[in-house]
Design a protein around this ligand. Structure first.
Ligand code: SF4
Ligand code: SF4
Ligand code: FES
Length: 322
């Protein structure tokens, strides 16, 4: 099978700009993207840089963007990635390029270190005499996160990290989600408080990219949403994110639809100093006649909406009691 790999190349030590280089190779149909890259390096261009180790989706080393989306080169069948006989390969995003397809993952590791990604048992409970009990259901849930191989694909394509590199990011938050619920860890409350600060759980925009690109089906966004619920249940609500969620819920429950006029002040708190940075946006909305109306009547049929809320809350409390 004759294929063309279009590879983004860049050496920060010698190049001013990245460029694309095309390699055409004849490879067997069963090859993965990584197999094709190795063939190119062995037969055509020994200077092409990419990283790999296990070649079986275990080590997380071969993360790169394949046709624009992050993934593992060793887990991606070349045939499935071809568009008119060509596949485009680029380094992962949100991390500086070290060379060609190799990125420096320090921003990713930095965020992971920030969440203290290890179990911290209570000192009094350390030792073989102590037993921790965990339900099979919780083991199943936590094993979703344990599957993470730290490949960085989710971090690469996270739309919030793209604009705010201080956002802890999907993998670190998913890991924290595991530790908060692990009975062996003694810092759940502290962790939830730290994660509720700016750049934490409330900054995720739920864009789904981390769920889409994760090669191990960790579903980081779902872990983040679970952390939000746990934080609210723990009474950690003195932050914009929790207030925003509550304002959203209150508005829909009360009137059947979202009151956009009061959403921002209710989220930020009725504090003129905190609201001041939003003033230019408010003025622009007024000028463009996009400002929401201060009049917010109840919608007909709002009782049905309330019934839905009540049903959901009842279901959740039954589930929690079980
Ligand atoms: S869902 Fe949240 S964490 Fe995941 S990629 Fe989007 S913004 Fe990032
Ligand atoms: S959560 Fe998925 S995409 Fe993110 S680092 Fe772990 S395995 Fe990779
Ligand atoms: S080489 Fe190890 S995950 Fe791809």
């Amino acid at each position: 099978m004759l294929v063309t790999l279009r590879v983004r190349r860049f050496n920060p030590e010698t190049d001013l700009e990245p460029r694309f280089q095309e390699y055409t190779v004849d490879v067997p149909e069963h090859f993965t993207v990584l197999d094709a890259l190795i063939t190119i390096r062995e037969r055509i261009d020994g200077t092409l840089a990419f990283r790999y180790s296990c070649r079986m989706a275990i080590c997380g080393a071969c993360g790169m963007r394949i046709n624009g989306l992050a993934g593992l080169a060793c887990k991606t069948a070349l045939r499935s990635a071809l568009n008119d006989g060509t596949v485009t390969l680029e380094p992962m995003g949100n991390m500086p390029v070290a060379k060609d397809l190799v990125v420096n993952m320090e921003p990713f590791w930095h965020h992971l270190r920030t969440v203290r990604p290890y179990i911290e048992p209570h000192p009094a409970r350390i030792g073989p005499q102590n037993e921790y009990r965990i339900s099979p259901e919780l083991v199943d849930e936590l094993s979703e996160v344990v599957r993470c191989i730290m490949c960085g694909a989710c971090f690469s394509d996270c739309t919030v990290d793209e604009i705010d590199i201080n956002f802890l990011g999907p993998a670190a938050l998913a890991r924290a989600g595991w530790l908060v619920r692990d009975p062996r860890d003694s810092r759940a409350a502290d962790r939830l408080r730290e994660l509720s600060k700016p750049h934490g759980i409330w900054d995720c925009t739920r864009c789904f990219f981390c769920v889409q690109v994760c090669p191990k089906d960790v579903k980081p966004m779902e872990q983040i949403l679970r952390l939000r619920r746990l934080a609210v249940e723990a009474g950690i609500t003195d932050n914009n994110g929790a207030r925003h969620t509550q304002a959203f819920v209150d508005s829909v429950k009360e009137t059947g639809w979202l009151d956009e006029f009061t959403l921002v002040p209710k989220s930020w708190g009725w504090n003129p100093v905190a609201l001041l940075p939003e003033l230019p946006t408010a003025v622009r909305m007024l000028v463009r006649k996009r400002a929401p109306s201060p009049v917010h009547p109840r919608q007909p049929g709002v009782d049905e909406v309330r019934n839905l809320f009540e049903k959901t809350e009842r279901k959740r409390s039954v589930k929690d009691d079980a």
